[in-house]
Design a protein. Structure first.
Length: 268
C-alpha cells in the first residue's frame, strides 16, 4: 500500500483526507483527530493532492506530486470556448507524411495518457509501438487479409478496402509512420474503458504537438479476435484494447465537421 500514514507535525486536522478518501484510510478518533486507518488503498493519490499541509506520508507511488498555477481552479487554465475550439478541431487523420516523430514527442503523448482517469484506479495499460515500416506493412497486410476473408465484415467496407489496397494505399494504418497497440496482461472489467479514455487523452495531447492520430477500429477488432496475428506478427502478449496511428498530418482542415446533438432526458 503506497500511503504510509500522516506527518502529525504538519497535519492541521482539516479532515479533508477523511472526506475525500474512497477507501476510508483516514478516520476520526474519539477526540475528532484524524488518524491513519490502513484498509484497502487503491493508490489514487487523492489524499496527497487534497492535503493543504503536504502531511501525507507515502512510498512507491512511482511518481512525485507537483503543483502549478491554476490547479485549485482548473477553469482558470482554459476557457470553455477555447476548449470547444480545440476538441472540435480534432480530426481522424488518414493522410500522413513519411517523416518519423521524434521519441521525445512520443514520450510527451504518453506522459499525458498516464493522467487519464481509470475505473478502480487500475493502471495496467501497456503499449507496443511499431515504427518499422516493414513491420507495419506486414501487420497491415495480415489484418487486411483477415478482414477480406471474414464473413462478418460489412460488404461495403470490404469493397473499399480492396479498392484502396489495389491502388497501393494502406487502408488499415493509412501509411502512418507509427502504430500504437494498447494492451494489458489481465482481462479486468475496466481495462477496455480505461484504454479508451487513455488514448483519447493521448490523441488530444498529440494535437497540441502538431501531430495527427486516428483510432483504428479494424485493427483493434482483428487483433482481439486473431490470436496468431496478435502473438506472431504484432508480438502482443496480452489482451488488445485499442489501436491508433500517429504521425505528421499531410492534410489541413478548414472547418469543424458537423455532429448531431446527443439525445438527452431529464434536462428542464
Amino acid at each position: 500500500m503506497p500511503i504510509k500514514g500522516i506527518d502529525k507535525e504538519k497535519c492541521s486536522n482539516c479532515q479533508q483526507c477523511v472526506l475525500d478518501c474512497v477507501a476510508s484510510n483516514f478516520i476520526l478518533d474519539e477526540n475528532k483527530q484524524v488518524q491513519f486507518n490502513p484498509m484497502g488503498c487503491i493508490g489514487c493519490g487523492h489524499c496527497i493532492s487534497i492535503c493543504p499541509e503536504d502531511a501525507i506520508l507515502y512510498k512507491g507511488m512511482r511518481d512525485d506530486p507537483f503543483t502549478f498555477e491554476g490547479i485549485e481552479d482548473p477553469s482558470s487554465i482554459i476557457s470553455y470556448d477555447t476548449f470547444q475550439k480545440f476538441i472540435r478541431a480534432k480530426r481522424s487523420i488518414r493522410q500522413y507524411k513519411k517523416e518519423k516523430v521524434p521519441n521525445e514527442l512520443i514520450e510527451k503523448v504518453f506522459n499525458s495518457m498516464r493522467y487519464a482517469p481509470t475505473g478502480g484506479n487500475i493502471r495496467g495499460l501497456k503499449c507496443m509501438i511499431i515504427s518499422d515500416n516493414d513491420r507495419i506493412k506486414t501487420l497491415s497486410e495480415a489484418i487486411l487479409n483477415a478482414l477480406l476473408s471474414s464473413s462478418k465484415a460489412p460488404a461495403a467496407y470490404v469493397g473499399r478496402l480492396k479498392s484502396k489496397s489495389k491502388r497501393g494505399y494502406d487502408p488499415i494504418f493509412y501509411d502512418a509512420p507509427h502504430v500504437m497497440i494498447f494492451y494489458s496482461n489481465s482481462s479486468q472489467g475496466f481495462d477496455q474503458m480505461n484504454s479508451t479514455i487513455a488514448i483519447t487523452y493521448g490523441m488530444f495531447s498529440a494535437q497540441t504537438l502538431g501531430l495527427g492520430t486516428c483510432w483504428v477500429g479494424f485493427a483493434q477488432s482483428v487483433l482481439g479476435a486473431k490470436k496468431d496475428i496478435r502473438k506472431n506478427i504484432a508480438k502482443i502478449p496480452g489482451t488488445v484494447h485499442a489501436v491508433f496511428v500517429l504521425g505528421y498530418p499531410k492534410v489541413k482542415y478548414h472547418r469543424a465537421a458537423p455532429r448531431p446533438k446527443i439525445r438527452t432526458k431529464g434536462l428542464k
